[in-house]
Design a protein around this ligand. Structure first.
Ligand code: AMP
Length: 204
């Protein structure tokens, strides 16, 4: 049976998108922010802006980013807290690349709880490792050094993958098959948003 979509364009939601490097998060984020009409909060983008501006934080962050390692939580948390406190995030937001560690996830929960808010749902964009490597080799971006890329995948598997269980236990996780064309994948994303809207009973 085809599920009837109750989610309509422009609906404000608080969503987290999690996926390994090369899973296609960027493409799905673009579609999601337009569809939901919420701000796109990408910690990777915030850090790259600091690096471009040459701030002391940017210089420090670059040393980790260039090695395919996560930037320390202490550097990320202040940046995200400040952004989430902006007026435009009150109704909804799309978090991309945050949280990436369990301490980041529990800090986010505390932060939202203090404001009587919560996350509506967490989307996992799932792509097998061999496909990630194949895509990376096919696009060959300057920052796609194979050694660094595989460090980023390992950091995902070790530090970020435990978040999937964390959110699953909260009944908030939807795993999206990240294989196929972008439109097809976005169709799956919309189905998941629909389940988030229906609440915990509609998730599985
Ligand atoms: P992204 O564009 O999300 O892949 O992020 C690029 C890089 O920024 C990552 O490889 C990390 O070095 C760093 N980064 C981004 N978000 C975080 C985060 N939440 N925690 C730690 N490091 C991060």
């Amino acid at each position: 049976m085809t599920a009837f979509l109750v989610v309509s364009r422009g609906i404000l939601m608080r969503i987290i998108l999690i996926g390994p490097p090369g899973a296609g998060k960027g493409t799905q984020c673009q579609r999601l922010v337009e569809f939901l009409d919420v701000p796109h909060l990408s910690t990777g983008e915030m850090l790259r802006a600091e690096v471009r501006s040459g701030t002391p934080e940017g210089v420090r962050a670059a040393a980790y980013m260039d090695q395919g390692q996560l930037v320390p939580d202490s550097m990320i948390l202040g940046m995200v807290t400040k952004r989430l406190e902006s007026a435009d995030c009150r109704g909804g937001f799309l978090l991309d690349g945050f949280p990436r560690t369990l301490p980041q996830a529990s800090t986010l929960d505390d932060l939202l709880e203090r404001r009587a808010m919560n996350v509506d749902g967490v989307l996992e964009l799932a792509v097998p490792r061999d496909e990630l490597v194949r895509r990376m080799l096919a696009r060959k971006r300057a920052d796609d050094n194979p050694e660094i890329f595989s460090k980023r995948i390992s950091s995902f598997e070790v530090q970020t993958a435990p978040l999937l269980e964390y959110y699953d236990r909260q009944g908030k996780l939807a795993t999206i098959d990240g294989l196929g064309d972008a439109e097809e994948i976005f169709g799956r994303v919309k189905q998941a948003l629909d389940r988030f809207r229906r609440g915990p009973a509609g998730r599985r």
